[in-house]
Write a protein of this length. Structure first.
Length: 116
């Protein structure tokens, strides 16, 4: 099982960034997917979630209206589009897969830094 995040980096405040998570080793289209983040000195924070077929999404209040989670089951990939980024969005962003029988898989994270 692998979840590999990519697309992080340094971005200026107000700009946009899309991060991705490529999955392998399990039935991706049977899993709900989530994004979490951990800012320096803080605990893990839920960011967004999407159902296995992509019909329902849910967002943390901090990201609502500024982000979009989506998935491409043909590519075994989930995305997080983030707009109007703020310095407080600086964090390591983690991909999480939640399976129908309690499976719980995590990626290694991708760093997003919002700074001028």
């Amino acid at each position: 099982v692998q979840l590999v995040e990519s697309g992080g980096g340094l971005v200026q405040p107000g700009r946009s960034l899309r991060i991705s998570c490529a999955a392998s080793g399990f039935s991706f289209d049977a899993f709900g997917m989530r994004w979490y983040r951990r800012a320096p000195g803080k605990g893990r924070e839920f960011v967004a979630a999407i159902t296995s077929v992509g019909d329902i999404t849910h967002y943390a209040d901090s990201m609502k209206g500024r982000s979009t989670i989506s998935r491409d089951n043909a590519k075994n990939t989930v995305y997080l589009q983030m707009n109007s980024l703020k310095p407080e969005d600086t964090a390591v962003y983690y991909c999480n897969a939640q399976g129908p029988f309690g499976e719980d898989y995590w990626g290694q994270g991708t760093q997003v830094t919002v700074s001028s």
